[in-house]
Design a protein around this ligand. Sequence first.
Ligand code: IPE
Ligand code: IPE
Ligand code: MG
Length: 242
Amino acid sequence: MKNIIDGEELNIPEHVAIIMDGNGRWAKKRLMPRNFGHKAGAKVVEQICEDAHNLGIKYLTVYAFSTENWRRSVEEVTGIMNLLRAYLKDCIERASKNNMRVRVIGDRTALDKDIVEKIEELEAKTACYDGLNFTIALNYGGRDELRRAVLDIAKDVKSGELTPDDIDEKLISSRLDTKDMPDPDLLIRTSGELRLSNYLIWQLAYTEFYFTDVLWPDFDINELKDAIRYFNGRERRYGGVK
Ligand code: IPE
Ligand code: IPE
Ligand code: MG
């Protein structure tokens, strides 16, 4: 899809994935605890959902908590989970106002029961909306997602439902948490780190990467527009020649 952004006609990536990084450093710069940064970061997510939709992006997938983030202090993890509770509660209202469909990817089995219930409610109540497809990666790790998919397929092979020859890329994709979504066209990582940190490792195979030094709580629509402009300067070849 094309859209006019600040007078320029641009291709809008259908699916944008974001690694929202730098909340802790943002808080530290203000001599505040890390969770102050997470709170500011959560506010920015709300705004970016609206901006993404207005710009014509169809899918937005954000990394909220990785399978490795449990290594942080109990205080920080508890703070993030409490923030998430409040966020999920508000999100139901916001989603219906903005016609936004919300999904959560990652391993839910390690999350508290009340959080899982809120996620299920949010997914069920927003399943009918056809605005932005907003996905939150929570207790998500790309390797863990592949592990779960392999386990799933292995069980079907064992029971005879599948044969080893049935295992192609399409089948693997269909067993991932992202089965209903196209692969991301553009990945954005804030805070100057140039790594994937176990995010969507299968799905990002042909995605364009945009890195910015801006810390996540400072990210705004102008940053998002910059990323889209960068995306428009890339030539996607998918292994071919143009
Ligand atoms: C990203 O910000 C949010 C989460 C991982 C939950 P960080 O908390 O990683 O912030 P920095 O990288 O320490 O600044
Ligand atoms: C990645 O950020 C995870 C999220 C943004 C949720 P991290 O801050 O956890 O990643 P590393 O530790 O710098 O690789
Ligand atoms: Mg970080």
